[in-house]
Write a protein that binds this ligand. Sequence first.
Ligand code: V47
Length: 380
Amino acid sequence: MTESFEENEVQAPGRTAWEAPVDPALTSIGDKLARGGRLDFEDGLACLETHDLIGLGRLALNVRTRLYGDEAYYVANQHLNYTNICINHCRFCAFHRAPGDPEGYLMTPEEAAGRITATDANDVREVHVVGGCNPEPDLAYYVALLEALGRARPGLKLKAFTAVEIAHIASRAGCTTREVLERLRGAGLSAMPGGGAEVFSERIHQALFPRKIGADEWLAVHGEAHALGLRTNATLLFGHIETHAERVEHLLRLRRQQDLSGGFQCFILLPFHPANTPMAHLPGPSGVDILKTMALSRLMLDNIPHLKAYWIMLGLKFTQVALHFGADDLEGTIVQERIAHQAGAATAQGLTRAQVEAMITAAGFRPVERNTFHERVEAA
Ligand code: V47
């Protein structure tokens, strides 16, 4: 025991025997960042494989603090899932129902609008609208859906439809994804959510969601949206069968797309929830894995402004910790969430603005209400 203490002191002058070792790989990544350099593939792997969780978190916290100080953002919003019927049958998803399933539903535009007006939270500024790839509705349905929501609450921003849904609508309508985006923008589409990206790996695509569009098409639809002036988000669904290398490659592909088209405003990590899915035997990511991947995302995605800790999937306490590992945004009030809850999420369905603000304050940050475009807004 004494010998190894002495050995430590010789190997690392200036560090006492009881101090946890600093990972030299992280020191060189920190130096690179300080020179304005970008993380490469090897750096990404080093972040995921380090034992120095605190050192990694410190690097991400530095970046986050430089960008946003002690502010943490949220939006007063509502999630709305207009249909759960889907033809894709992705192996990680507990939300979808096959066409003809008695539990399947498709809301009429009027029903969807009724959900918005029925909520108590009459200061909602954004509605997040996603569903499955339902073979029934045509392009006119999606246009009518957005128009009905817009009429129900004038001024509400519509963040709607993943790239997967846009590609599905286009193939049903026999037109291009760009044409669909133009029609929907005309009907009130303000921004697109980041879902459906999963993992940009052809191996994972074939294993988990072979019927759905892959990385090239997902990125192309977001590139088109950006060219039309729409802001969009991006995600990574992690902690199932993907490797560390595939996670890092996903982040690098996103960063390359952002260099080209520039319209991503927020990145969201989605920790895999296994309940009620064909992969229910998997445990999902560990706490340390979530924090490392959060910090890595902040460090790697130097061109995507915001990093969201999605409290629905992380849980409230973990979300508070994630704010210290690079995240600056918490999503929103949500009202009623279904996708993660069908897969076992144990969080509330929604929170009040006061509850979101209290969570942020208790974590040591200053809550700032934002709109869909991450602009600061005054409390309603
Ligand atoms: O598209 C599905 C993923 C996404 C599971 O853009 C799962 O602001 C974990 O994308 N375990 C929906 N993840 C959530 C999403 C989102 C949420 C909040 C804000 C934004 C935004 C986007 O969740 C799906 C899919 O990629 N997902 N099943 C599951 N079992």
